[in-house]
Write a protein that binds this ligand. Structure first.
Ligand code: FES
Length: 111
């Protein structure tokens, strides 16, 4: 049966077991997307900090916030909002789901 094309475009990130609670990884698209596991809930945001160019997947998780390790701006994983200086611009968020033991991110908004 042919798969009906929709506006959703799920990209495989990894298996659920490969991304444990408190861990992060990146989806290798351009620009990359960071995917986080916060106590079993998955979040996806643009990986690149909006202050300068640094990977937020390498940042420090605190609840549903990630702190950039370079100059300590924080971003909300649920909304993408920049929560403190030096970042003033938020990051994009992406829908995430798990299916058949895989973590999937909807990259359709990338166009
Ligand atoms: S590069 Fe992230 S806070 Fe400066």
């Amino acid at each position: 049966m042919d798969t009906t094309r929709t506006s959703v475009n799920w990209a495989r990130v990894c298996t659920v077991g490969e991304l444990g609670p408190g861990e992060a990884t990146t989806l290798d698209v351009q620009p990359p997307i960071a995917v986080f596991n916060v106590d079993g809930s998955f979040y996806a945001i643009d990986d690149t900090c909006t202050h300068e160019t640094f990977s937020l997947a390498e940042g420090y998780l605190e609840g549903t916030q990630v702190e950039c390790p370079l100059h300590f701006a924080r971003f909300d994983l649920e909304t993408g909002d920049a929560l403190c200086a030096p970042a003033t611009v938020g990051v994009r968020t992406y829908p995430v789901k798990t299916e058949d033991d895989e973590v999937l991110v909807d990259v359709s908004s990338r166009g």
